[in-house]
Design a binder for this molecule. Structure first.
Ligand code: FAD
Ligand code: MLT
Ligand code: ZN
Length: 481
């Protein structure tokens, strides 16, 4: 391999000990030779949507957006990048709320979009599994499962855009974690491309496989920093035939937790969602999305759902609600009388993010604390925001059943965002919580991870990163920074 002039001057490289054998135009021509006509995007206008995150907070630069059609093409692109020392930013639906899916850091990079690997290869009713490529939109996979009378039990507000590879790489949560766990609990097998271009097919249709290390776990939640997911085998569950959805006004987070305990004692694990929403969220929904709750204004609201393959779930929920009203855990409530009404209630919850975005700048927090501590955490964190951050408001909503709240601070102009993070995360640390429950670290929380994660764990993570991606090509500037 002939070394051209000083390798560090090519691509504007600094401190990247790698072989630079090609100028960028030669490198791109080399990539193009292994792709079809739509596989290499270099037109700035076409690249633009791939270089800015969903929130419009993070923007990056790239030599190109590369759009392979197959895992073999992905492997070829990665091998070429490894040889030329060009970084790779894996991208699915680009709905990351942690700035993980657009270029950051230094040195030449490409955005590698998996969106064209979008086939649903198998839906196995008996085996209760689906084999699907990384670029398949989550909602499309959900629909394929439903058509087979099964449920792919991961659901989130971005499901119409987020892709299977993205939800695996962020270990996405969503509204049904309470009953079905995080995305990690659904993954039975992965096909991945390592940072040197090696393609590994672990797509076994097995429920149980203890033959050697369970290496797929390393890639789930690694946010594109250890390799690329090109396909997956995911667990399906029986599609519930009966569902009941209720929206309840509750006086406090403490009351909400009592209601959760009552529901789980009376309905068991058929409680499939339990969301807590503060009153401010409903003000934002009304003002910015023209969406109104069918309840009088309340300080806190619970949106809960139970579903079952057996009839009787509706009656069980009625009994829970009667008990909750009698015990003062709830002060008002409505039960959806139809699927349409249930969707209307869920639309309130799913639009909070958008309503918040339209209100103005915010500093988002995706935190978890031990469930029993959530009321104390919310009270203390809200008080801290009021004390330390004048003019800021805490919009609190999320997955109370999982101990995960989105504590999003609507900020006044000029507010120091890093100070907001530290104010909230110091309270999280006091409750031995996590600064990222489901969105991941990305670029957004990398400084906070360095501050709060114990050094021994960071050192272990760096050893893993060094073993799999010694050139530091994968998703620079994310997670470990
Ligand atoms: P991208 O945003 O494209 O990428 C996410 C990360 O994964 C990046 O680091 C990227 O480099 C990496 N990546 C993507 N594809 C691959 C691949 N094939 N191989 C390796 N790495 C890859 N998240 C939740 O957990 N719960 C929620 O309830 C939730 N609600 C949301 C609501 C809204 C309105 C929005 C906009 C987002 C929400 N999110 C939520 C965040 C986001 O949707 C999830 O993180 C989702 O998993 C991202 O999927 P994606 O395909 O868009 O991935
Ligand atoms: C949600 O639960 O709505 C998401 O995680 C998005 C958000 O935090 O805004
Ligand atoms: Zn969430």
């Amino acid at each position: 391999m002939t070394r051209l002039r000083d390798p560090y001057s090519l691509f504007g490289l600094r401190n990247y000990p790698m072989n630079i054998a090609l100028k960028s135009e030669d490198f791109l021509a080399r990539l193009a030779s292994g792709l079809d006509a739509r596989g290499l995007v270099t037109d700035p206008a076409d690249m633009a949507p791939h270089l800015v995150d969903w929130r419009g907070l993070f923007r990056g630069e790239a030599l190109a957006v590369v759009r392979p059609r197959t895992a073999q093409e992905v492997a070829g692109v990665v091998a070429a990048c490894a040889q030329a020392g060009v970084g790779i930013v894996p991208q699915g639906g680009n709905t990351s709320l942690a700035g993980g899916s657009v270029p950051a850091g230094e040195g030449p990079q490409i955005v590698l979009s998996l969106s064209r690997l979008n086939a649903i290869r198998t839906v196995d009713k008996v085996g209760m599994l689906i084999e699907v490529e990384a670029g398949c939109v989550l909602q499309t996979a959900q629909q394929a499962a439903a058509a087979a009378g099964r449920l792919l039990p991961v659901s989130l507000g971005a499901e119409g855009t987020a892709e299977i590879g993205g939800i695996i790489s962020t270990n996405a949560g969503g509204i049904n974690v309470l009953r079905y766990g995080m995305t990690r609990q659904l993954v039975l097998g992965l096909e991945v491309v390592l940072p040197d271009g090696t393609l590994i097919n672990g797509l076994r249709h097995l429920r149980k496989d203890n033959a050697g290390y369970d290496w797929k776990q390393v890639f789930i939640g690694s946010e594109g920093t250890l390799g690329l997911v090109t396909a997956a085998v995911l667990r399906l569950v029986p599609a519930p035939r009966h569902k009941v959805t209720a929206l309840l006004a509750v006086p406090s987070p403490e009351a909400a937790l009592s209601l959760l305990a009552r529901a789980q004692e009376e309905i068991g694990d058929q409680v499939s969602a339990f969301e807590l929403i503060c009153g401010l969220s409903f003000d934002l929904l009304a003002r910015n999305c023209d969406l109104k709750a069918p309840l009088a204004a309340a300080p806190w609201v619970v949106l809960m759902q139970a579903d079952s393959c057996l009839s009787g779930i509706e009656e069980a929920m009625e009994s829970v609600l009667a008990g909750a009203l009698e015990a003062g855990e709830a002060t008002d409530g409505v039960v959806a009388a139809s699927e349409t009404q249930a969707r209307q209630l869920w639309a309130l919850r799913e639009h909070i993010t958008e309503a918040e975005q339209r209100e103005g700048p915010s500093v988002k927090h995706d935190v978890s604390v031990p469930i029993a501590d959530m009321p104390a955490f919310l009270a203390e964190a809200e008080a801290e925001v009021a004390r330390a951050l004048p003019g800021c408001r805490a919009n609190m909503f999320g997955h109370l059943g999982d101990g995960n709240i989105h504590f999003n601070v609507l900020i006044a102009d000029g507010t120091d965002k890093a100070a907001v993070n530290r104010t909230v995360h110091d309270v999280v640390a006091k409750y031995a919580g996590s600064i990222s429950a489901e969105h991941g670290i990305g670029r957004y929380r990398a400084p906070e991870l360095a501050h709060y994660k114990p050094q021994a764990e960071l050192a272990l993570m760096r050893r893993l990163k060094g073993a799999l991606d010694p050139q530091g090509l994968m998703n620079r500037g994310k997670v470990l920074g």
